[in-house]
Design a protein around this ligand. Sequence first.
Ligand code: NAD
Length: 365
Amino acid sequence: MEKKVALLPGDGIGVEVMNAAVKLMHHVAAKYDLTIETSESLMGGCSYDAHGTPLTDETIELCYSSDAVLLGAVGGYKWEDLEHHLKPEAALLKLRKSLGLFTNIRPAKVYPSFVNSSSLKESAIIGTDFVVFRELTGGIYFGEPRGYDENKGYNTMVYEKYEIERIAHQAFKVAQKRKKILTSVDKANVLEVSQFWRKVVEEVSKEYPDVELSNMYVDNTAMQVVRDPKQFDVIVTSNLFGDIISDIAGMITGSLGMLPSASLGDKYALYEPVHGSAPDIAGENKANPIAMIASVGMMFDLSFGLQEAAILIDKAIEKTLDHGYRTADINLDDGNVVTTDRMADMIIKNFDIIYNENRESVFTL
Ligand code: NAD
């Protein structure tokens, strides 16, 4: 099997975690007779510096001609004062829109050996395993009018019915394969757009009678995710609320550096860590590559149909954490602090061990 993957490392630690994850990607692909042809392009601040725009048409074309897109992260202090449409972050919104990526999937899973490294109590987080479905191409990040003048600033939160329906269907379908519990998150006590969101999700729920649907206000959700994250299975919510809830979920797992994501549309798929470009630690080889590596795992599963590879990558991450390897951001339990590269190498090594054990057990059977 041959696949084309577009690599957009971006800025800051995006470049470092991408290098680490691509090494693992080729290593894993070789085990499954998969040849991955990669092409790299600039995006974000580095693209602005080179081309005067954070996202060129060539980069978008490259994504259109690829089977999957891997993105590091964009942004940094250097580009903070640019006009809105020239900022690195504008490229993210434009790319998601160009590729029609209307759903962002973010798993929040606590690895067993890692419970002591979270800032929350072990008893509260052990067994946490939920998925956040965040609407990605609508809502307040895109609504018009928007702007500010000397006297006021304003944005518009708007959702069309079809935008809510399509993400609700995806979330219900995944919930059917999991614990069949779906929580729709909104602010229906204050916002009309949320009242509409709730009405549409409830209509869609009639097609999934086996899934238990509940509605929760976003402020309560923020508290509940910290108080008792085990209650959640699948969460579906709008662009802005999902952005915040999934960052809170990041702290349950210990660090933003642990959270992978997939963004899916009807035709294209993009995989990226939840974290940003972390300019405070960029260039120091100390970024946590696990979120980027786990994003590659999601790509093997969702884009290439190699679920076994994804499971073994996840197990390799778990084993590496079990052995006490930590990047600085997750070293709350006096583990063995390693660099970005070393963490990735240990995960590759453990992947091989688990892969061989897996093959041996199949052979023995
Ligand atoms: P951030 O995620 O970059 O960093 C937040 C904190 O978490 C920092 O202290 C950072 O050092 C730490 N951190 C994040 N990822 C880490 C990793 N893999 N390993 C170790 N530590 C990690 O968020 P921010 O500081 O709010 O934003 C920095 C820049 O990134 C801004 O320009 C922002 O706009 C941009 N950003 C980009 C994306 C993206 O590309 N998808 C997402 C969020 C923020």
